[in-house]
Design a protein around this ligand. Structure first.
Ligand code: NAD
Ligand code: UFG
Length: 341
């Protein structure tokens, strides 16, 4: 069976993708420097699946270290998850974001070229649609103007992959634009484990529910949406992971340069997330309404038809599932992977 290299595979989305790839019969190798993750996540992936993951601790910017992995493993395709992803931090430390995100991409592409590996799938983001495209976002739209350096790194990396594919007609590229991944594996053994104060909504909600933080601030309730709070296309991370398996199946069978949205197509408001979380889990989430957060758009969601049409992928989990599984993970691991390290 084909072997897939997950760069940044110990992180939130990478670890869930590793589980689904192993379930589907693929072999998995991971390179991660654990700057935002723990090797414990990969041990748990092995426990869940009963299968082995070849784990390499290395910086994906380190060309020699990456080449050593390609020499040791016969890689058929690469999925590039390795990157920094905190929007607010990227505004304060743009050079760190450009350096890490762009360098990892260039190094991977260079080493792939050196070893003749021709299939790559990239973790992009709905953020590349920018501020001016109308919702729902569809892949035929042009990339827009991003509101922060993190978003620009994604837009630039998409361009780099497209240019590399133009220059090498044998190179196949799939750009996956994720919407808002939440939830966790149903076992509760792996999940999102942010360092410090969470930037994203769901980990903040679960940390308030478990008593680690006092109160959630809902950023703005005066948006032009049904209840005044922002609307997003939340997608269960296991559905997202299965989207990667479909993308691997696809790229292994034909040459392609394609972009796919991975979302559900249905937006929910922040208030709906909090209310659903409380109802499904029978826990209280203390919250207050505060000022808008800079750079937030009122609403965005996917047109996910292309992924259904070409990859045969669609989401299966409900918002109730997302809220239940996020809580199950947080409750079983109040300190994330830390306690197990
Ligand atoms: P994550 O931080 O949990 O995972 C990223 C992994 O990459 C971590 O394990 C980190 O240690 C590793 N990493 C970072 N830089 C590295 C380097 N130079 N060398 C080796 N390893 C490195 O994030 P995630 O939520 O799993 O996201 C995965 C990818 O998907 C990222 O590229 C992110 O930008 C993208 N994405 C995430 C979201 C989201 O909401 N989670 C949305 C859209 C896109
Ligand atoms: N929110 C709160 N309180 C919080 C955190 C978030 O009210 O403490 C709200 C935000 O204002 C937003 C919604 O919850 O309305 C979702 O916020 P997230 O930070 O979880 O997600 P974003 O939609 O802002 O960002 C996500 C990804 C980014 C990506 C961006 C655009 O995390 O990687 O979508 O694609 F760039």
């Amino acid at each position: 069976m084909a072997k897939i290299l997950l760069a940044g595979g110990a992180g939130y989305i990478g670890s869930h993708t590793a589980v689904e790839l192993l379930h589907a019969g693929y072999e998995v190798a991971v390179i991660d420097n654990f700057m935002n993750s723990s090797p414990e996540a990969i041990r748990r992936v092995e426990q869940i699946t009963g299968k082995h993951v070849a784990l390499y601790e290395a910086d994906v910017r380190d060309r020699e270290a990456v080449a050593a992995v390609f020499r040791a493993e016969k890689i058929d395709a690469v999925i590039h998850f390795a990157g920094l992803k905190a929007v607010g931090e990227s505004v304060k430390k743009p050079l760190m974001y450009y350096r890490n995100n762009i360098d990892t991409t260039l190094t991977l592409l260079e080493v792939m070229e050196e070893f003749g590996v021709k299939n790559v799938i990239f973790s992009s983001s709905a953020t590349v649609y920018g501020e001016e495209n109308a919702v729902p976002y569809i892949e035929t739209m042009k990339r827009g103007v991003c509101s922060n350096p993190y978003g620009w790194t994604k837009a630039m990396m998409e361009q780099i992959f497209e240019d590399a594919a133009k220059a090498d007609p044998a190179l196949s590229v799939i750009l996956l634009r994720y919407f808002n991944p939440i939830g966790a594996h149903e076992s509760g053994m792996i999940g999102e484990d942010p360092l410090g104060i969470p930037n994203n909504l769901m980990p903040y909600v679960t940390q308030v529910a478990v008593g680690k933080r006092e109160c959630l601030t809902i950023f703005g309730n005066d948006y032009p949406t049904k209840d005044g709070t922002c609307m997003r296309d939340y997608i269960h991370v296991v559905d997202l992971a299965k989207g990667h398996v479909k993308a691997v199946d696809y790229i292994m069978h034909q040459h392609c340069v394609e972009v796919f949205n991975l979302g559900t197509g249905t937006p929910y408001s922040v208030t709906e997330i909090v209310e659903t979380f409380e109802r499904v889990n029978q826990v209280k989430v203390n919250h207050v309404y505060g000022a808008r957060r800079d750079g937030d758009l009122a609403e965005f969601y996917a047109n996910a038809d292309k992924a259904e049409r070409l990859l045969g992928w669609h989401t299966e989990k409900t918002l109730d599932d997302m809220c239940r599984d996020s809580w199950n993970w947080q409750r079983q691991n109040p300190n994330g992977f830390q306690a197990a390290e």
